[in-house]
Design a protein around this ligand. Structure first.
Ligand SMILES: C[S@@+](CC[C@H](N)C(=O)[O-])C[C@H]1O[C@@H](n2cnc3c(N)ncnc32)[C@H](O)[C@@H]1O
Length: 245
């Protein structure tokens, strides 16, 4: 069985010790299909200080956010997940050259990693910046934000944990707003998103304003390559934070 590792890609080809290896994230046991708990592996153990707060960036691209955020917060561990091999290698090499011991890179589909491998309540923040918009209707299923993704994000975040989202894409933002409305309403989303979230009376997430990191320039939210590009093209960002209730 190979699901959860992302399209059969290899994990043992990363530069230095930055890339998560196949030894650290072994293939799923067959029994995991009937008992997902057997597939879980605690990613905090991949870091020098496993007790440090743990955050994930989905779609790290060239790694600009990770480099700045991890350098500013050496006491926090960051896992960058990137499914495009060339960007994964590029970002991992940048991390290695900066000697950032609090950053690891994983070459896989982040949604599958959360669904199959990540244990409950271990993540403090999930960062999702300038996610691919997949504008054609038949490709909407490829967008990261889905009800089933939000169910898994809710499961893996610790109480008070945050999903931080920024995008310049107007139509993707409308899609996010539609999904976020379901997950921030009283009573929760009501049965959508699979069975990861039991029905409750209060909202599963509370929405807050996005606050730019202190290292960002005055006119930036997160200063990634995509943010610089889209701002230069006159497309301002939309952003928000969903806090696990
Ligand atoms: C538009 S780029 C933005 C990159 C970076 N966050 C930035 O702001 O410059 C989106 C990135 O997310 C990656 N990506 C999209 N879906 C992904 C997924 N499910 N798992 C991991 N990476 C993903 C793409 O390969 C791409 O590098």
């Amino acid at each position: 069985m190979s699901f959860g590792l992302g399209h059969g890609r290899q994990l043992d080809d990363a530069p230095g010790v930055v890339g998560v290896t196949a030894h650290e994230l072994p293939t799923l046991p067959d029994e995991a299909i009937s008992n997902p708990e057997l597939a879980r592996i605690d990613p905090r153990g991949w870091f020098r200080d496993p007790a440090a707060p743990f955050e994930i960036e989905i779609g790290s691209g060239k790694g600009s956010f990770l480099l700045q955020e991890a350098a500013a917060n050496p006491g926090t561990n960051y896992l960058g997940i990137e499914w495009a091999r060339e960007f994964y290698l590029y970002a991992a090499d940048r991390v290695r050259r900066r000697s950032l011991a609090n950053v690891r890179m994983l070459h896989t589909d982040a949604s599958e990693f959360l669904r199959w491998r990540c244990p409950d309540a271990v993540v403090r923040v999930i960062h999702l910046y300038y996610s691919d918009p997949w504008p054609k209707s038949r490709h909407h299923k490829n967008r990261v934000i889905q009800d089933r993704f939000l169910a898994q994000a809710h499961r893996v975040l610790m109480p008070g944990g945050e999903l931080r989202v920024v995008t310049d894409h107007v139509e993707l933002w409308a899609w996010c707003e539609e999904h976020f409305a379901r997950w921030t309403q009283a009573g929760g989303p009501g049965g959508v998103g699979g069975n990861a979230v039991p029905a409750g009376s209060g909202p599963l997430f509370v929405r807050r304003d996005f606050v730019a990191p202190t290292w960002a320039d005055d006119d930036e939210l997160i200063g990634t390559n995509y943010e610089k590009k889209t701002r230069a093209e006159g497309r301002p960002p939309n952003a928000c934070v969903l806090v696990k209730g």
